[in-house]
Design a protein around this ligand. Structure first.
Ligand code: MN
Length: 221
């Protein structure tokens, strides 16, 4: 048996509703610019919108109910509530959940202005709070489902999945033309308008009608 010089990194997984099994996470792909009003609020032109993809490491996953230390190197941490898609083999969807694409907006703004990569704005410790997954067979029709984010009980984002420019099928088609999607891959499908800042002590709840919700609280580092 092969011996390792260090402990191999542990498997990162998500709970599955109605099962004792857990979903082993692989890569996390994220879609940018998938709701017209969010493209507009970020200063983009919705008419010229096309999907962009970036990634987060699976090690950035945070489970619902956790308390997160406010991240370093930012004074403008933002929430983005998103539909989470979990992949099985052969481009089939294993299940769905709710995620929050946490973003260091100030770092992203600098990166955008320089044409530099977004990694440090998007792929940092604890930047991917993800709910449990609901298997596809148990998932209701999501085409008009409400998607929303509450900060300290106040409604900050409130939209509908039918406002997505690129549907789940479109996203899987685009992604799988570029990479071989594999069982365990996760996709965050973009956020609607209403993104905004988080401070230490803020409490976030992301909800999509019919799906498990995600809830996290921030504290001072
Ligand atoms: Mn996002």
């Amino acid at each position: 048996m092969r011996q390792y010089a260090l402990h191999p990194s542990p498997v990162v997984s998500l709970p599955i509703i109605g099962s004792d099994d857990h979903f082993p996470a692989r890569r996390i792909y994220c879609v940018g610019k998938n709701y017209k009003k969010h493209v507009a609020e970020m200063g983009g032109d919705p008419k010229k919108s096309s999907p962009i993809f970036f990634t987060k490491s699976r090690e950035t996953v945070v489970h619902s109910g956790h308390v997160i230390q406010y991240p370093p190197q930012t004074a403008d941490l933002h929430y983005e509530v998103e539909l989470l898609v979990a992949m099985a083999d052969d481009n089939e969807v294993f299940g769905y959940g709710t995620a929050i694409d946490m973003t260091r907006r100030d770092i992203q703004a600098v990166a955008k202005s320089k044409g530099a990569p977004w990694d440090m704005a998007k792929n940092f410790d604890h930047s991917a709070p993800c709910s449990a997954l609901l298997p596809t067979a148990q998932t209701p029709d999501l085409s008009h489902a409400n998607i929303r984010l509450l900060k300290n009980g106040k409604l900050m984002q409130n939209s509908s999945l039918d406002k997505m420019i690129w549907s789940v099928e479109d996203i899987i088609a685009h992604l799988s033309a570029s990479v071989t999607l594999c069982a365990g891959d996760l996709i965050m499908t973009g956020t609607p308008e209403g993104v905004g800042p988080v401070v230490a002590t803020d409490h976030l709840i992301g909800e999509i009608e019919g799906l498990p919700s995600i809830e996290v609280r921030y504290e001072d580092a």
